[in-house]
Every structure is written in structure tokens, then in C-alpha cells.
Design a binder for this molecule. Structure first.
Ligand code: UDX
Length: 476
């Protein structure tokens, strides 16, 4: 099938590369000419596992890059819209890019095509796209509008696309549904998984996904409701973690216990400093706003957002209680991205926490395996230094903060870490370590939903032992 994907951000670029991998002829469109030039030159603008391999494999063959939207539309049967839908100041989704693209698509339509929303959009967006396309002169018989939400997580987006739990297709005519079924057939029939040199699946068996065909409105709601449910799961477990801290229970044991119920499941039950990223915060606000417009006050979602914001404040309180005063303290920060495996810092809890710590006068030495450049551009603060490794960041630090769950942060050489720090204080916002191991290694360790470890520590100058329940700050 000939496919145009409009927008070459995270979702659009991954979708375009993966459609090419499934055997389709794809044109990836963006109005940012420099980005298109970059992609044509073979550069990869985002950090995403397996994306460089896919782009190298299909670039110039089944995958082309262009800024000419109208020509791409004329050449294609399926047009996927994957442009940004940022939050407005009122919290609802800004659909102006979707509208603009729909109008341009309308003016280029010259035969039957399907226009498919891939961006996360509120219910009724497909109706609006249809309406503006008709107003802009597209013939009603020449197109259908469909919704095909993506469930891609950044960092594992290629794997999520090629090995999905399900493919959701919202189409209001059989003709449109048939085309979408054909696009995903290599996955749903299992043919893709039988081929040589496919992108490997590291997490799941190669079971063909089921395709769920619904109305467009249902598909639009499936997307928002899925993200809202996952965010609710995270806020729920963060709230339970807070109770664990109050009563001396262990959140990991609690999560394992409740997650073993197959009706609940263990995934997305990891407590921490709250969810971030380009999707959950935006989608929660947008879904809440959609509900309000329909006359329903979805109060649960507001509480999910409140708990999420509170997790960051609670973490800052932990830092204060571990260090007493913050002014002038040298803090090592591991992690800037909103989660491990990505260079994306949009709505990253780590960035918000760093900003707060800087306001309180801390000096920050940060390390992230992928996100330092982006953080530097956004933070523009001379009080933040970027280091090349976790140990460099920890050098002479009064405490180390873990803010992103990169796998390498869970495998630090603890004796080495302790030897470079001024004080062996670790405040872990992602629960990457076992408190007993940290205690055994002589750290003062604080995490989320588990008892703090106040281990006896040797003073660096060797003048005897001191129980580290009081502030060990040198600056007293
Ligand atoms: C999410 C959805 O998972 C995906 O289906 C959708 O298409 C886009 O939004 P993404 O934003 O890439 O994907 O990241 P995800 O892995 O879902 O994590 C979102 C945030 O939740 C991160 O900040 C992460 O650290 C946090 N999180 C996730 C937790 O705090 N605890 C968990 O158990 C899981």
C-alpha cells in the first residue's frame, strides 16, 4: 500500500519506518525542511531503539522523505496524520495543526483515500476533519476519515509497533476498515514474524496481535481512556506508597502482592516521582476537558493529576530531610529524561525537581545517558553542570538523587560510588536499589514507599562512627 505519514516527530517517524518494514511504500512528510534534509542525509533526530536500523534499511527504497504534502497525498491511498496536538492553556488539545493539515489534504484529494488520525486526539476529531475537508472542497465519495490510535512508548516504540498487544482501528465504513486491515495484515496474519532479519522482540512471544475494529468515536475514546487508566494506575500506587511510608510497609511487597492478581497485573505499578512525558500529562488534561464539554465532571482524573504533582513535592521534602539545609549543597542528579531509554525531557519530573532545587540554592551535577543536550537547551542555567558518567556527577557530592529509571543507574558500582561522594546519601526517586543492599554498603538511603535506611556511617576523616539519623551536613 502507498502510505503518506504527515508529521515526522516521535509517532510519525516511527510509524513511517515501521510501515516500510511491513512492506508498504511510505512517504514521511514534514514542513520542517531542515528535518527532512537531515532524514534524507541519514541522520536520526530522536533516540529510539531500532529506529536507526529501520531507517537505514528502508531509506531511499520503501521510505522517502518530503516536504511536499500535496504530492505525497496524490501518490498515496492512506494518509496518516501524526502532527502535534499540544495542550492549550486551558488544558484541552490544540488541534490547529490537525485542522491545517486536513485542509491541505482536502485540496490534494483526487480519488478514494483514507485519512487516518494517528495523533492522540479527542473524540469528535474525526467528525471535524471530515467537516473541514468537505468545506475545503473534497468530494464526500473520495475519502473516509478513520482513527488508528498508537500505543507506542518512547524508547520501545518500534517494538511496541511491531509487536503490539492489539491494533485498534476506528472506521465507519467497511471500505475504510478493509484498507486498514490490509495495512496491518503482515502483523495480524503473523507473516511478518516468519521473515528473516526482522526487528527482534525482547519482551513478548511473537503472537500475532488481534485487530479490534470499532467506530471512529470508540477508537478515539480507547486512546484517551487507555492513557488515563495507566496514569491512574501510577497515581494509585504512588498514593499506596505514601501509606506504606507512614505505616512502615514495603511498597514492592505490596505491588507484588496486588500485581499477582491477573485482573490487576504487575505492570505500571511502579511508584516514584510521578509520570511525565509528552503523553500522560497532556492526555489527562485533554480527556478531563473532553469529559467536561460532554457535561461530565471526571473528578477522578483531577485527583490523579493532583497525586502526580504531589509526588514531586514529597520527593523534595525527602531531599530536605536527608540534607537539612539545601543552600550551597552539591547534588549529583542521575537522570533528566522523563523515563529511561529516551532523550525526551518533555514534562520530565526530573527537570521540575532540578528547577526547584536550584531555586533553593543547590548546585547540580547531572548525568543522563541521552538527555543532557536537550536539558541544557531548556534549563540554560550555569548552576547546572553536565557530566559524562554517574561517577563524575557523584564526585564530591553531598548527596545523589536518582530521577530517571535508566537500567545503567540500577547497576552502579556501589563501593566506587561511595568512595567518590562527600557523603554517602542516596535519595532514589525510582526505587532502583534494595534498601538492605544500600545499608550493607554503608549508604543513607531514601526511596519511595519503603523505610529509609539510616545506617551508621564512618566520617570521611576517620574520626569514629556516627549514627546518621541527624543531618550529616558539613556546612552546619
Ligand atoms: C505512554 C503510553 O504508555 C503509550 O501507550 C502512549 O502511546 C504514549 O504514552 P510514554 O509516555 O512513552 O508512553 O511512557 P510510559 O512508559 O508509558 O511512561 C510514562 C510515564 O510514567 C514516565 O514518566 C514513567 O516514568 C512513568 N511510570 C510508568 C511510572 O512512574 N510508573 C510505572 O509503573 C510506569
Amino acid at each position: 500500500m502507498r502510505i503518506a505519514v504527515i508529521g515526522s516527530g516521535y509517532v510519525g517517524l516511527v510509524a513511517a519506518a515501521c510501515f516500510a518494514e511491513l512492506g508498504h511504500e511510505v512517504i514521511s512528510i514534514d514542513n520542517d525542511v531542515s528535518k527532512i534534509d537531515m532524514l534524507r542525509r541519514g541522520e536520526v533526530p530522536i533516540h529510539e531503539e531500532f529506529l536507526p536500523e529501520l531507517l537505514a534499511r528502508h531509506r531511499g527504497h520503501r521510505l522517502k522523505f518530503s516536504s511536499d504534502l500535496q504530492e505525497a497525498v496524490r501518490q498515496s491511498t492512506a494518509i496518516f496524520i501524526a502532527v502535534g496536538t499540544p495542550s492549550t492553556e486551558h488544558g484541552d488539545a490544540d488541534l490547529s495543526y490537525v485542522e491545517q493539515v486536513s485542509r491541505e489534504v482536502a485540496s490534494a484529494i483526487d480519488g478514494y483515500k483514507i485519512v487516518v488520525e494517528k495523533s492522540t486526539v479527542p473524540v469528535f476529531t474525526s467528525d471535524w476533519i471530515r467537516r473541514v475537508m468537505l468545506l475545503d472542497g473534497a468530494d464526500a465519495d473520495n475519502f473516509d476519515v478513520a482513527s488508528n490510535p498508537e500505543f507506542l512508548r518512547e524508547g520501545t516504540a518500534v517494538g511496541d509497533f511491531l509487536y503490539p498487544d492489539r491494533v485498534v482501528v476506528g472506521a465507519d465504513t467497511e471500505r475504510c476498515a478493509t484498507l486498514l486491515r490490509q495495512i496491518y495484515e503482515p502483523l495480524t496474519s503473523g507473516e511478518y514474524y516468519k521473515q528473516q532479519s526482522i526487528i527482534p522482540n525482547t519482551t513478548k512471544a511473537n503472537i500475532p496481535p488481534k485487530i479490534i475494529v470499532t467506530s471512529t468515536k470508540s477508537a478515539e475514546l480507547i486512546k484517551h481512556a487507555s492513557n488515563a487508566f495507566l496514569a491512574t494506575k501510577i497515581s494509585f500506587i504512588n498514593a499506596v506508597a505514601n501509606i506504606c511510608e507512614a505505616v512502615g510497609a514495603d511498597i514492592k511487597e505490596v505491588c507484588d502482592g496486588i500485581g499477582a492478581d491477573s485482573r490487576i497485573g504487575r505492570r505500571f505499578l511502579n511508584p516514584g516521582i510521578g509520570y511525565g512525558g509528552s503523553c500522560f500529562p497532556k492526555d489527562l488534561k485533554a480527556f478531563s476537558s473532553v469529559a467536561r464539554e460532554t457535561g461530565y465532571d471526571f473528578r477522578l482524573l483531577q485527583e490523579v493529576m493532583n497525586i502526580n504533582a504531589e509526588q514531586r513535592s514529597r520527593f523534595l521534602r525527602k531531599v530536605r530531610s536527608a540534607l537539612w539545609t539545601l543552600k550551597g549543597k552539591k547534588l549529583a542528579v542521575l537522570g533528566l529524561a522523563f523515563k529511561g531509554g529516551t532523550d525526551d525531557i518533555r514534562e520530565s519530573p526530573a527537570i521540575e525537581i532540578i528547577k526547584s532545587l536550584r531555586k533553593e540554592g543547590c548546585e547540580i551535577r547531572a548525568f543522563d545517558p541521552a538527555a543532557c543536550e536537550r536539558a541544557r537547551e531548556v534549563l540554560r542555567d550555569e548552576g547546572i553542570c553536565y557530566r559524562q558518567s554517574a561517577y563524575e556527577a557523584a564526585h564530591n557530592a553531598d548527596a545523589l538523587l536518582i530521577l530517571t529509571d535508566w537500567p545503567e543507574f540500577a547497576q552502579l558500582d556501589l563501593p566506587r560510588l561511595k568512595s567518590v561522594m562527600t557523603y554517602p546519601i542516596v535519595i532514589d526517586g525510582r526505587n532502583l536499589y534494595d534498601p538492605r543492599i544500600m545499608a550493607g554498603q554503608g549508604f543513607i538511603y531514601s526511596s519511595v514507599g519503603r523505610a529509609d535506611v539510616h545506617t551508621p556511617i564512618s566520617r570521611p576523616n576517620g574520626k569514629g562512627e556516627k549514627t546518621a539519623t541527624a543531618s550529616p551536613g558539613k556546612s552546619q
